[in-house]
Design a protein around this ligand. Structure first.
Ligand code: CAA
Length: 284
């Protein structure tokens, strides 16, 4: 079965990026969110991104029109699921919300449909358990910003079949991404390594070792990271960083993954990083 129709659930930063790269690769895409303004915001982000590529001479105006014509939008999960060969879920990182979407999709979608999650750390095996097609449930973890970053971490749940894994890997390659296979452990590989580094950078602020700007300079200039860890935390969202640390802490039961109290405090204050205008830095 070749994949042609892709549905993306969740039109936020990740979902809109995933929809864009899928449409650019020639797939027919249905972009879903629960309310029309969210869907429109996602579509606007895609349109702006494509327009920037036209300005930079990487796409023609005609390419842009073609890509956009391959994306339709909906607020109905039924419409998103009915024709899909694969559904990629990119909603908020809450297990109950994911379980609800996956159990509904399991009822709505044709028997062959693959159900993928872009979760950054929640267990794929647990998500798969609410469906009657665990062998067709898989993790497809894109990195932010999706159009730029080359990696897709592909996570095999306990029951994911080899055939489904091969189809999803092939699709990631069609999206011009490099697929890396990982098993279903808390945080997978990306966030098991990245997030403790970010958490440690936050402890370094908390303990007064240095300012956020100084810490970021050390990592940018000393380690050649494209962004310092605290800028990156603001860019990812401090609520997302906290929920990933909690998944690691709960999943391994090891104190080395304890979320920094300062991270909790910022999230409680509504300082969520770039998206809320304030995190370790202020955004106007
Ligand atoms: N969408 C699309 N394109 C974007 C973009 C966005 N949001 N942001 C930047 N770009 C493009 C720019 O158009 C530019 O393209 P060209 O060079 O072709 O003109 C290119 O990226 C570089 O952008 P800039 O020159 O403006 O800025 P930069 O050199 O600082 O690069 C960056 C920006 C690519 C984001 C870079 O800072 C970077 O790589 N940062 C680290 C990103 C990272 O670590 N991502 C992973 C986060 S973790 C995650 O996603 C997983 C998780 O589960 C939490």
């Amino acid at each position: 079965m070749s994949i042609q129709n892709v549905s993306v659930i969740g039109a936020g930063q990740m979902g809109s990026g995933i929809a864009q790269v899928c449409a650019q690769a020639g797939f027919q895409v249905v972009l879903h969110d629960i309310e029309e303004p969210y869907v429109q915001k996602g579509l606007q982000a895609i349109t702006r991104n494509l327009a920037r590529n036209v300005e930079k001479g990487r796409l023609t105006e005609e390419d842009k029109t073609d890509i956009l014509s391959r994306i339709t939008t909906t607020t109905q999960l039924e419409t998103a699921g009915q024709q899909a060969d694969i559904v990629i879920e990119a909603i908020l990182e809450k297990m109950e919300a994911k379980e609800s979407v996956f159990s509904q999709l399991d009822q709505i979608c044709p028997a062959h449909t693959i159900l993928a999650s872009n979760t950054s750390s929640l267990p794929i095996t647990e998500i798969a358990a609410v469906t009657n097609r665990a062998e067709q449930v898989i993790g497809m973890h894109f990195m932010n910003p999706v159009p730029v970053m080359k990696l897709v971490e592909i996570i095999r749940g306990l029951a994911t079949s080899d055939e489904v894994f091969a189809q999803v890997k092939d699709m990631a390659e069609q999206l011009q991404k490099t697929a890396v296979e990982v098993n279903d452990f808390p945080g997978f590989v990306s966030n098991r390594i990245l997030m403790p580094m970010i958490n440690e950078a936050i402890y370094t602020v908390y303990e007064g070792v240095a300012t956020p700007a100084a810490i970021d300079d050390v990592m940018k200039l000393g380690m050649n990271h494209p962004m310092g860890p605290l800028t990156l935390a603001d860019f990812i969202g401090l609520d997302t960083c906290l929920s990933i640390m909690e998944t690691l802490y709960e999943g391994f039961g090891d104190s080395k993954y304890r979320p920094c109290p300062l991270l909790r405090k910022y999230v409680k204050a509504g300082w969520l990083g770039k998206k809320s205008g304030r995190g370790f830095y202020q955004y106007t």
